[in-house]
Each structure stands twice: as structure tokens, then as C-alpha cells.
Design a protein around this ligand. Sequence first.
Ligand SMILES: Cc1cc2nc3c(=O)[nH]c(=O)nc-3n(C[C@H](O)[C@H](O)[C@H](O)COP(=O)(O)OP(=O)(O)OC[C@H]3O[C@@H](n4cnc5c(N)ncnc54)[C@H](O)[C@@H]3O)c2cc1C
Ligand code: SF4
Ligand code: SF4
Ligand code: SF4
Length: 390
Amino acid sequence: MINLHNKSHCCGCSACANVCPKRCITMVSDNEGFLYPKVDTAECVDCGLCENVCPIINKPQSSYRTKAFGCYNKDDEVRLNSSSGGVFCVLCKYIVEVKKGVVFGAEFDDDFNVHHKYAETMEDCKKFRGSKYVQSIIGESYKEAKRFLDDGRFVLFTGTPCQIAGLHSYLKKPYDRLYTQDIACHSVPSPKIWDEYKKYISKGRKIKNICFRDKKTGWESPLFLVDFDNDTSYKCKYFENEFIRGFVNGLYSRPSCYECKFSSIDRCSDITLADFWGVSSFYPELNDKKGTSLVLVHSKKGVELFKYAKMYTHGKRVNLKKSVWYNSAVCSSVPKNPNRENFYLSKEAFNIRLVENEYKFENDLKEYNYTFIEKLSLKIKSKLTNKYDG
Ligand SMILES: Cc1cc2nc3c(=O)[nH]c(=O)nc-3n(C[C@H](O)[C@H](O)[C@H](O)COP(=O)(O)OP(=O)(O)OC[C@H]3O[C@@H](n4cnc5c(N)ncnc54)[C@H](O)[C@@H]3O)c2cc1C
Ligand code: SF4
Ligand code: SF4
Ligand code: SF4
């Protein structure tokens, strides 16, 4: 049975809870607000399935040679409402309209908590659009995806790299009709801190809409936006927002994110989507300031997905090493902030004062620019061996 001695050895994917035949594993929130499995030992029959499917214990492998593309959606409305180049929506189009299948992704619930759900229409897929910088709760999504696959439906499952690894481990065998898309993943903040931040920002008002990265002011200078039901709103430059500054500086990420087992160029997903940071340095013709996606294709199904995406996007194949040069999240973990423990020990709601005034972040986003991104990326360069040329 799953027996966690070290919290960094659990990414919270819920594969163990989904697989347990006795349903004796529940995902329980710890004091930091992250979910971990709790086993009802009286019900456990020691079948070992939970350990077998844990992607940290048995990481799914990949053998394909990854190819990189830089591109963006030709539809400006879709791109404006997506965090990067809007490629995710084209993948949904392929699965929903061509394959009559189902898409799984992360959406807000009525209280703006983030959960994994599925959608069967393009209209419903819109709720997955846009990055939500908080850990999405998987719930029973792996079981639901398996039911669709066993019924012969096509499924596109999207999420963080650890969630995709968790799904593959849970399913145990390959399914011809399963497609998976993950993201470059900086890390995930705690749902509890997100909840406290929502309370702090709303000051009693009811939240109507949240956009972590509103791109009306440009992809490289977005806004963090919250609309309330009394027609007021909160608006702040993305890189100056307290929640985002704490997130980017690794202040309240999940412990497993500081030692991420899934951040590498080679992955078990079919396709990876990311922001094409640094695109202006290598491929300025691909940057019109509205958002450019970096697409990493890892499998034959990834080639199939991207072949379709080419019809609806503008872009080209790019050099793999150059494509990730400025994107540390593709193949390295976020450094743990030295103030992390203090932050969680503090009793103040969201500890806003600490984030605002007391913590001196090494990477002060108020001075955000490509030099900052380059600094963050220095550590990945040693990982870009000759294997990734071309
Ligand atoms: C927590 C997080 C950290 C990220 N870190 C980086 C990074 O460091 N560098 C980088 O280049 N890109 C990062 N991304 C990815 C990037 O922000 C875009 O999501 C990606 O490029 C896809 O953009 P798009 O325009 O094609 O589609 P979009 O419409 O912007 O993205 C939608 C996709 O994001 C998924 N998604 C949204 N929120 C979550 C969530 N909380 N958990 C799981 N999946 C989610 C949806 O399921 C869907 O697959 C991160 C995304 C998230 C959610
Ligand atoms: S060993 Fe089997 S029964 Fe026990 S918790 Fe794990 S999956 Fe459930
Ligand atoms: S990583 Fe996933 S499968 Fe492993 S213990 Fe944590 S929740 Fe369970
Ligand atoms: S950084 Fe790694 S462990 Fe953390 S959410 Fe992303 S993929 Fe999972």
C-alpha cells in the first residue's frame, strides 16, 4: 500500500485513489492545502495496485525523438482568450469535431477552485482555455477517461506532465484512441493559498470572472484580472501581482514540484504546449506580440495531432535546443524559495504583507524582461545535450 514518508514523493495525481479496488484511498488536504492519499488500513487488502500505478514509483517512459514547432492560431479571438498561441483549442477541434470524442482539462468551478472535467462540444471546451495557476483536482477523471476509452470513444486528456504520467500509469496499457497533451510546467501553487488569495482580493464581493493572463495589453505584458458581481474589478500587471510573484518565485508550490520527476524534453505525452519564450531572439518572424506557442511533438499520435493543427495555425518547425533555451520549465524544476516554510507558518491570510514588503525575491518580476528569463534558463543549458540538436 502507498506509504508516504516524504511529501516530495507525491505529485497528487490521484492515480492510486482512482485504481484502488476497495475504494479505501481518499485524497486529503494537508496543512499547506495540497492533496495526499490517505489509506483506510482496515479496508486495504494489500493488493499493491496503488504502488504499481504511482508515476513517481513507476514513471512511464517514452522513446520517440521529440520535434519542436513554433506557431499560433490563425483565429485572433481564440488566441486572445488563450494563454499562449491558442494551439490547445485546435487539438480540441480535432478530437471533438473530427473524432467525435471527449476532451479532459482544467476548469474553474462556481467558487473559482480548479478541477479536472470533460467536455464533448467545442463550446464546453472553452472553459479549459487559459492557464489557471493552481493545482487542478483530478477527482475521478482517470476512471471517467477509461470508461470512455473502453466504450470506444476518442479521448484527449490534457494537464500537467505529472497528471498525464498518472493517467498512463493508471490505464496500465496503451489505448489507440487516447491522445495526451501536457504543458511546460513551472509548478503548481496550493489550492488553499489560492482560496486565501481569492478572499483577500475580493474583500467580501462575489467573483464573477478570473483571468490569470489577460492578453489585451499583449502576450508579453498581460494583466491579472478579476471581475466582481457589483461591476467592480481588480486589475494588475501580471508580473506585479502578489499571487503571481509568489508563484513564479517558488514560494508556495507543491513539494514535488521542487524535485519534479516529469520536467524533461522527452515525455510520455503525445504533445507538449508551452509559451515560446525567447521567440524574438531566434525567430522574430513568429512574434506578433499576440502569443506564440512552442509545440513539442513526442509520438506518432503527436504528429497526427499537429498535422491537423497546421491547417489552423501559422508557424514552422524550429530548432529544438533553441526552442527551449529560454524556457526553464520544460526541463528543470522551480527552485524552492528560502522563505517557503516561514510563509506557510505565518498565520496571516495569504501573508500578503510578507509577499509585498518582507520577502526579497531573487527574481523581482517588477523588473521582468528577457534577461530575467535568460537567468532562469541558465541551469537548463547543461541538459541540452547533442541528442537534442535539430
Ligand atoms: C500551472 C501551469 C504552469 C505553467 N508553466 C509554464 C511555464 O513555466 N512555461 C511555459 O512555457 N508554459 C507554462 N504553462 C503553459 C502555458 O501557460 C499554456 O497553458 C500553454 O502554452 C498552452 O497554451 P494555449 O494557448 O495553447 O492554450 P490555453 O487555452 O492557454 O491552455 C489550456 C490548457 O491548459 C490546461 N490547464 C490550464 N490550467 C491548468 C491547471 N491548473 N492544471 C493543468 N492543466 C491546466 C488546460 O487543461 C488546457 O490543456 C503553464 C501552465 C499551467 C497551467
Ligand atoms: S494496496 Fe490495494 S487495497 Fe490497499 S490501498 Fe492500495 S490499492 Fe487499495
Ligand atoms: S503520486 Fe499519485 S499515485 Fe503516487 S501516491 Fe501521490 S497521488 Fe498516489
Ligand atoms: S512541476 Fe512537476 S510535479 Fe509539479 S505540477 Fe508540474 S509536473 Fe507536476
